[in-house]
Ligand binder design. Sequence first.
Ligand code: SF4
Length: 339
Amino acid sequence: MRLLMHICCAPCANAPVELLRSEGVELTGFWYNPNIHPVTEYRARRDCLREYAKSIALPLVEKDEYGLREFCRAVADKIDSRCASCYEMRLYETAKTAKEQGFDAFTSSLFISPYQNHELMKAVAERAAEKYGVQFYYRDFRPLFFAGQERARALGFYMQKYCGCVFSEEERYLGGGKPHPEGFEPPRRAALEVRRVSDPAAYMPLLLEADPSEERVREYLRNADVYALREGETLLSLAVLVREDAKTVELKNLVTPEAHRGKGYATRLLKALCGTYRQKYERMLVGTTEGNIPFYVKRGFDRYVRTEKDFFLRYPQAVFDGGHRCADLHCYAKDLRKK
Ligand code: SF4
């Protein structure tokens, strides 16, 4: 069978692709996802798929159109039930392409996702098949989901943090207690989530572990964005950021509760925030003790900016790092435009 598979992303596609090929299906991938925003996210997912397809010699048909306007027009009057329109846009185009290019059938990697409305997608695909006179190859790939995600991580794929559209991105990072739209169910496993903190002063004891000057912490919290990495209600890491100028945001505090240290949570939070702030700023600055310079340099803060002599000696109490008394503050910057 010559099958055209709509592919939403490489992490979702790898397990179904391997399964179908092992069964002798002659597979071609189809990239058409006008629901993925913003442009940087769209390119990251598309380019990851291109590389993956090339690495396994999977033929790929692309309708490479960034579809922000088209998508927003399609869902403007039904934002909280937008997924049906999103499925229609993608699956109808897949059916049409399958018909035009002489494939026997079409399917989609979306059928692996436990977060989508599986039955609704199936109904949409069946209607698309009828409209274009081409077979819809139905397969429930969901049992392969977690194995596919694990393999994607092992292969170093770009792993997206939200479903695709700007609305799902907002829900991912800001939450807000809105009902989940059709088709986007809460994760079954407690997922790690980055959330904005609305009451940062409540975390003062933790913030003081990274910066023991309460006066200074209170000062920067006045104009700060504070984010927490959580698993369910468990706080895993906390970060404080302050705008320095139109191009620069400064990381003022990054701290992980003692029980969760050494597990990479600060790195995960930092990585997520660099992704978010990349939309608005060109660089992220951090001021740190000498002992922590390697941590930041390894995470891309590789541009030396300045040293503030005797900075920590002005603190009301001595500051120690790894048994050494700290004196100078070392400032490094990360270019957010670099991936
Ligand atoms: S949440 Fe996902 S499926 Fe629903 S409209 Fe947005 S991108 Fe499409």
